[in-house]
Design a protein around this ligand. Structure first.
Ligand code: HEC
Length: 172
């Protein structure tokens, strides 16, 4: 009888100690608790209006992708100096590492590629329609190594880089 009483007391003491250890741990916890952060119910605050143009209603990239290269035409004149200047900045951000600062395909990256990066002043490239260049830059070359940059560079910047490449002309 006495033994059972002692065991019961020991068990109660153990449970009490464990409880206090847990409470101590909980109070000393360094990270934020869900119950301590303010709760915001759905639609309690007004929704932030979406900026215009985030969801394209016309002329989105998805529509361009569906068109064959020969039906793609630039949305601005390719000889626009502002666009060419913008295209130069795009080139030296996204293309020069492979196609090189001299546009000859001798960039640092891509020298192990087969085929090697194309000389952008070669007649083959310079004679291509702007839409064909836009298509290669945007969606890559099937079986080739030109990366598809449609999710990296916005549509207008891709046309600007096409304008810039065209402005280089064939190598003399
Ligand atoms: C990772 C390296 C790499 C980057 C970055 C890159 N290219 Fe290329 N590009 C290549 C390679 C390799 C080829 C040629 C091989 C192939 O795929 O046929 C090529 C081919 C091309 C061609 C020839 C396409 C054709 O239709 O024959 C054009 C034009 C071109 N690139 C333009 C660009 C422009 C403009 C950029 C930047 C917006 C760019 N490339 C970025 C590697 C690259």
């Amino acid at each position: 009888m006495k033994k059972a009483g002692l065991a019961l007391a020991a068990a109660a003491l153990l449970i009490l100690a464990a409880y206090h250890a847990l409470i101590f741990y909980d109070n000393e916890f360094r990270y934020g608790r869900m119950r301590q952060t303010p709760a915001v119910k759905p639609h309690e605050e007004p929704l932030i209006p979406m900026e215009a143009g985030v969801v394209p209603l016309a002329g989105g990239d998805g529509l361009l992708r569906l068109l064959p290269a020969e039906e793609l035409s630039p949305p601005f004149a390719l000889d626009d100096p502002g666009r060419r200047e913008r295209g130069r900045a795009v080139y030296f951000t996204f293309c020069a590492q492979c196609h090189g600062p001299g546009y000859d395909g001798h960039g640092t990256v891509g020298q192990s590629f087969a085929p090697l990066p194309t000389d952008l002043r070669s007649p083959a490239v310079q004679e291509k329609a702007p839409g064909a260049l836009f298509h290669s830059v945007s969606y890559g070359i099937p079986g080739g190594r030109q990366p598809a940059l449609d999710t990296t560079i916005p549509v207008s910047d891709r046309w600007s880089v096409v304008a810039f490449v065209k402005s280089l002309g064939p190598r003399p």
